[in-house]
Design a protein. Structure first.
Lengths: 339, 365
């Protein structure tokens, strides 16, 4: 009886396998893009709803889609291990531009670019060049310098702080710019620095609370998805504290964060949409060139965005003037901040 | 007689695996049905999935390349679980293997001839994984720290060690990114079909699976390690070297995972970041689906590889069905398999109980 059952199961499996094999050649991958339409793929390492880097990437590429009427495909949760496979697959299907959103996609993009073909490759957030790939290097140190000026002018205690997600050079550059800007206003100002995590709001919250207890009343955070913790700490401090405590956003415009937008006067923003649009246009017009494109204040990609609801109340005209002056000095080269 | 026994073993294995395959097929059909309920055209989803996974040499090679690290981490889990060593640390062992292989093929090259570099990197990776596993076994044997606990913790140690190395001695020159230098093209694992992902690491992994099956089924070592897994007290009473066998099994298990990491960097990724995928954890699911049998693990890993690769092709298409559906399918398959295993265990216990009752009643009758 048992043997008969086993025979039946095995026979069924063989039939199923034949069915699958018979079905397999029935069709093929058909693209939905209109002929002649620009086709762009964005590859992200994390979730496009992370409220930070990846979400900004998605918003930026959707803005490009709207402006250029392009066909856009977005893939999230792609590790470098899978990157070559998906990039090659897009290239084989005739995509014009593939953007790897993060430095980890640089080597995979180089490998696929080396295979030839008409597809162009760009990698955002990388700082070095590889053959056949355009890297977008975002210099947030310049807007951080401007935020430092604003922090020094806002601070009543003469103590400000910086919280980074990780002590990697691009984040340390933000601290350096922030501290330099603050010291240009008040040479005696104390600037604390700490590095916690990108994705653990509890850690960043406890660090922000420690800063506030030390008398720090302006915090600049660059902790991506963990920024919620800093906002919570600042919101709580402002409920119980006499003097106000302010926080600055980074990477995306975090001035409208739901936790403490009344105490978020400004953010250092990377306008990914502008950078992506420029690359997509270059591909469309046939002027795309591999290399490193430094995106900064000059091309309006890395900028300071003031909270319009606080302009005139918290942010005084003198502060606005100081920020604008610092911008001019940075552009003219009178002030230099190491990226 | 012996040939008949081998055939019987293969037949039993095939039956068990067919059952697993049937479960997979049913769950796949249900998943496509679920996609239809969500508004995706089911036939097109199935079509894209099949073509994406096996519609061309290129897709087939992608699926197999994805299955390769899963196969090796699956073997790591399967070999260990069968011998009662609860090695949950394949992820850490995989990372250590990858790290050592990258080091030996970039910054710390002992030789410069490609074949020797590849051989030393693969051996170094396997040894690193094995030694990383032995730490956990040592802690259990001499410090009473359960393997299940120490292997989980060692995963984190390995992860942070990798992160530190990639921001320190193994960081690529000219970048602030935490990643290793790229391995030079001449040190990549050779391809046996040009312009695809069919690298020799895949063959190596398949051969290792068959070898492990032979060792498990046809050698004294395999028999003893199985007895140790089933009942260490019985094994001890039968004068089997229980602790020694556990150390050996852990080394083999860690070695498989380490080799997986080494093959992944030399054959597929060609550089290293701290985000090398969760192959170590996925390997546990692969081993369970393959019923801890090395041949079953081959099929199970290939199934997972095909599922993943096909899912990516569906997501890349205009349908944009999230590839996370593949993870849902995997999870459901594992759950169904566990339920079936539970039912079969209960049945066999009931049968044994009734057999005992019958044999106890027979003398009095």
């Amino acid at each position: 009886m048992k043997k008969l059952w086993m025979y039946r199961v095995n026979a069924l499996a063989v039939i199923l396998a034949f069915c699958v094999m018979a079905l397999a050649p029935a069709g093929g991958i058909r693209a939905a893009a209109v002929k002649g339409q620009l086709r762009i793929a964005l590859i992200c390492s994390g979730s496009v709803t992370d409220g930070g880097w990846n979400q900004e990437g998605k918003n930026a590429i959707l803005a490009v889609k709207k402006k250029l009427h392009a066909h856009v495909s977005i893939l999230e949760h792609i590790s470098p291990v899978r990157a070559v496979d998906v990039m090659r697959s897009y290239a084989m299907r005739g995509y014009n531009l593939i953007i790897g959103h993060g430095y980890e996609f640089l080597i995979p993009a180089t490998e696929v670019a080396a295979m030839g073909g008409k597809t162009r490759f760009a990698v955002s957030g990388a700082d070095t060049t590889k053959p056949g790939v355009l890297t977008l290097n975002f210099d947030l140190a310049q807007p951080s310098y401007q935020l430092g000026i604003l922090a020094a002018m806002l601070s009543k205690t003469g103590k400000i702080g910086f919280i980074g997600g990780e002590a990697i050079p691009s984040v340390v550059a933000c601290y350096r710019g922030f501290a330099a800007g603050a010291r240009s206003v008040n040479p005696k100002i104390k600037v604390a620095e700490a590095y916690t995590s990108w994705d653990q709001p509890a850690l960043s919250k406890s660090q922000a609370q420690a800063f506030i207890q030390q008398g720090i009343d302006v915090i600049y955070q660059n902790v991506d998805a963990a920024s919620r913790g800093v906002f919570e700490a600042v919101a709580q401090a402002n409920q119980s504290h006499g003097a106000p405590v302010y926080v600055f956003g980074s990477n995306s415009d975090q001035n409208n964060n739901p936790t403490c937008s009344r105490y978020t006067p400004a953010s250092a923003v990377i306008r990914l949409d502008r950078a992506f649009l420029r690359v997509a246009r270059a591909v469309q017009q046939g002027t795309f060139k591999p290399g490193v494109a430094t995106e900064n204040l000059r091309n309006h990609v890395c900028i300071v965005v003031l909270n319009p609801r606080l302009v005139g109340s918290v942010i005084t005209p003198a502060m606005q003037k100081a920020i604008a002056r610092a911008g001019r000095e940075l552009l003219s080269g009178k002030v230099h901040v190491k990226p | 007689m012996m040939i008949a026994r081998i055939f019987r073993q293969i037949w039993n294995t095939a039956t068990a695996l067919t059952l697993a395959a049937l479960v997979c097929a049913v769950v796949l059909v249900l998943a496509i049905g679920a996609a239809a309920l969500l508004g995706y055209p089911p036939l097109r989803v199935a079509d894209l999935w099949l073509h994406g996974a096996a519609g061309s040499w290129y897709s087939l090679s992608s699926s197999c390349a994805d299955a390769c690290p899963l196969l090796l981490t699956g073997l790591a889990a399967g070999v260990a679980f069968r011998a009662g060593v609860l090695n949950i640390g394949a992820q850490g062992q995989f990372l250590m293997g990858a790290l050592v292989a990258v080091a030996l093929s970039t910054r710390m090259m002992i030789f410069h001839q490609p074949a020797l570099v590849i051989a030393t990197a693969l051996t170094g990776g396997a040894l690193a994984g094995g030694i990383w596993g032995l730490i956990a076994q040592y802690l259990e044997r001499y410090r009473a720290v359960p393997v299940v606990l120490s292997t989980i913790l060692l995963n984190f140690v390995a992860l942070y060690l990798v992160a530190a190395a990639l921001q320190g001695p193994l960081q690529a020159v000219g970048t602030a990114a935490a990643q290793s230098p790229e391995i030079a093209g001449k040190y990549w694992l050779p391809l046996f079909v040009p312009y695809t992902d069919f690298h020799i690491g895949i063959i190596l992994a398949f051969m290792l699976s068959v070898l492990l099956w032979v060792v498990q089924e046809r050698t004294v070592f395999g028999f003893e390690s199985h007895v140790v897994g089933l009942n260490p007290d019985t094994a001890k009473a039968m004068k089997m070297p229980v602790a020694w066998r556990q150390f050996q099994i852990m080394f083999i298990s860690g070695g498989c995972a380490g080799l997986g990491g080494a093959i992944q960097v030399l054959g597929q990724v060609h550089f290293m970041t701290a985000h090398m995928g969760d192959y170590g954890y996925a390997g546990i699911a692969v081993a369970l689906l393959g019923r801890l049998n090395p041949l079953g693990i081959i099929l199970s890993a290939v199934f997972f590889g095909f599922l993943d690769t096909g899912a990516f092709r569906v997501e890349e298409s205009s349908l944009a069905l999230p590839h996370d559906l593949a993870d849902v399918i995997k999870a459901v398959v594992i759950l169904v398999m566990l339920v079936l295993a539970g039912i079969s265990l209960r049945r066999s216990r009931r049968a044994a109980k009734s057999e005992r009752t019958t044999s106890a009643e027979t003398p009095s009758a």
